[in-house]
Design a protein around this ligand. Sequence first.
Ligand code: UD1
Length: 421
Amino acid sequence: MDSIIVRGNGPLNGVIPIAGAKNACLALMPATLLSDEPLTLTNAPRLSDIKTMGVLLESLGAEVSSLNEGRVMILSSHGADNPLAHYDIVRKMRASNLVLGPLLARHGKAIVSLPGGCAIGARPMDIHVTAFEAMGAVIELKDGYLHADAPGGLKGAEIDFHFASVGATENVMMAATLAKGTTVINNAAREPEIIDLADCLRRMGAQIDGDGSSTITIQGVESLHGATHPVVADRIELGTYMLAPAFTGGEVELLGGRRDLLGAFCDRLEEAGVDISETDSGLKVVHKSGRVRAVNIKTEPYPGFPTDLQAQMMALMCTADGVSVLEETIFENRFMHAPELVRMGAQIDVQGGMATVTGVERLRGAPVMATDLRASVSLILAGLAAEGETVVSRVYHLDRGYERVEEKLSACGALIERVKA
Ligand code: UD1
């Protein structure tokens, strides 16, 4: 397994291009199953999770090809007729569950293994299942697979989510585009990836209103057609690299960055003493050398502080001036990076969903292990500001969600290299 070696090397200065959003792309790709005509996605990120979704769609009978080194993806589901999403693929990535809605809508049948993905909590599927049942599907769990049937097709329904689940909003929104009648999702997720998916579905002929708010209304149509859609910028990659100069000092411009994608994250970063400004091509982050101020965060659905940036923010707080409290409300087991940061000299006390971090002057490099996707990048950021060498092992997690991380950071002056196993 590859590892990444990082050595503290002073301020970072430069320009980092932000890729298309992994999480948006993982929802956009299954939308191909809703139409016989090709769906073209531009600004696609080149990541192992995206490849996994491609393999899953191919196993369902879709054709997936790419141009421009993977930046443009062409998906075609003409003739795709296999409703079985096998465990061997689905276990690699929870987002595989996003084929459930499109398969049900198109074929009236889906057999989808229960998903795996990052080990950051139980992550059940009850919100998805309850919604499809309300739309007329009969769903049974057998041998680790959800067997869903809607022989007469799905019917529009009014659905109240008990939590604003991102995946359930995407799954139900896709399925409802081809259902008979009107579907209303109450307490829908409002993440930018939901708006991006709705935009793409509208380009394919769907009738959707209210995306970006808590109530989304979808009027079912007979069929959807082909479309070309650019994937929105990856707000989690954006936030991750916005943090880099806060660790080391320096000035970094994030090409394609937009403040509105990040909600409360930018407010907290400014409160910590980091300057954020808009440029013609994105966002610029400036931090003079020195420790940032400790700030408290609480993860919440968008526009609250994103759980996918909690690990990176915790790493920053390890050397902040003061004590910060980080509350994780989305996933119950998402502090696995804390013991690794402690190996680097951090002072962190975790009690349930709360972590109290007492900032120290400086972290020291150490061998550490990446436990999930966002944890791995938090250790790299910590290593950029630590004294000595940090070796992050198990970086396959990183490759699921960050494209060319070594290249992007070394272009700004970081000492970072990948060691092939
Ligand atoms: C998506 C993101 C992930 C991010 C998460 C929260 C993708 C591919 N992944 O994951 O990076 O961390 O949103 O912003 O877009 N839940 C239930 N029942 C359900 C569904 C979810 O209880 O049926 C719970 C989960 O266990 C979890 C919480 O809701 O505690 C959030 O899950 P959800 O919003 O569905 O996240 P994902 O779509 O899996």
